[in-house]
Design a protein around this ligand. Sequence first.
Ligand code: AMP
Ligand code: ZN
Length: 478
Amino acid sequence: MLSLYNTLTKQKEAFKSINPGKVGMYSCGPTVYDYIHIGNIRAYLNADILRRYLVYLGYEVRHIKNITDVGHLTEDDIAQGDSGDDKIAKKALSERKTPEEIARFYEEKFKEVEKEMNILPAHYFPRATAHVPQMIKIISSLIEKEYAYEKNGNVFFDVTKFDEYGKLSGNTLDNLKVGARLEEHPDKKNPWDFALWLKASKEHLMKWESPWGIGYPGWHIECSAMSTEYLGDTLDIHTGGEDNIFPHHEAEIAQSECSSEKKFVNFWVHNRHLLVDGKKMSKSKGNFYLLKDILEKGYTANEMRLLLLSSHYRSQMNFTWEAMEQAKNNLQKISDWVNNLKNVSGVSKGELLEKIDFSHIYQKRFESAMNDDINTPLALAVIYDLISETNKMISEDKLDKETADNILKFWERINKVFGLIISENKIEIPADILTLAEERKQARISGNFAVSDELRKKIELAGYVIEDLKDNNYLIKK
Ligand code: AMP
Ligand code: ZN
């Protein structure tokens, strides 16, 4: 039984979906005004692993990831009124492009990175700009129910009207009063009210008609509109990075639950942040990395994927180049192991000394690690144990083809969850080399070592290496 840590209840809970066998999952996607960084990749990869494991367990998962191509103004931005920078519009002005050109360009780049990282594409990537009518509908219902109010063309959510405000983040209004630092907007009733709709000035680039005049949506409303549009009023799972908990997800709950009068999300799953060299990534500190920077250092996206899987999503992760090097070595280890297993057929039949039902033992261990709140580092440790055990058997020529094939099948099943790409390295040994090797084996059995040495030289001249195993068995390598 899968248990997941739920930020809402602050404990691990047995996962249960609303509809048996089906899971609706929503992940906050990128604001498309720049390239995504390796911290963002961590967030998307965690959602990917969770989704893949749910599929492994037999669920049919519908995964929605939004594209924020308008808005994403922080409360501080909003406090400064319409001159607050919409990140996409700002970039458009600086690059002399339209906001749409900027958004489409970075959306494409984001999708390329996800593909390189072997992150399964969401079933749908709704764009915020295509869902303004849905946002207006929710805002209208909130005004009607008096959870929201309009002033001078701006609409705010009144946080004092929602008793449960703060239930996700712990930032209840009482807690927020202490040490609050928030710029006031002249049209707000309470400092923690958040914008649902903002009046647009003439210069504002992205704007829409609405019942409250020409304006544009606040940042949070898009996720309420798009998640419920594609998954219904209550979602099974909502994911995001820890920085999303407040104010973004707290606001999503307030808007959605007041509008639908239903619970918005059953499981809130948040990943902790990725740091670089122990610090928050920042361009000015020179510790800000994109996938491109990792690739330029000679590492692969696949190695990066393994590195990210090596930490539990709920622990803070520290990226270092030493850890990257370690991930490279570990991936090589997995790769060699898979290829060795495939080549076990190339070994003449060794006598099987032990018959171990690897799949059964290791599958149980893998599942108990993953069932415990998607513990990927533990799940990987299980595989490293299996690698050590079977590598030892291969070197002692104790692994028969049938067992090797079963282990391979097991690996393929669980690698649908890890999503690592293992390059094929199966060597096809030409028939004449196999004949020479067999002749050499016979020569060795009859103690004719001069002939055996001659044959070894012939094999080596043809570009192959023969490695002797126990009982006159052998392994041919290129
Ligand atoms: P943003 O485009 O800033 O909204 O971020 C996209 C996703 O990445 C969100 O789920 C964030 O919470 C997450 N995120 C941002 N920075 C990091 C980081 N350093 N480590 C892990 N996740 C992050
Ligand atoms: Zn969101």
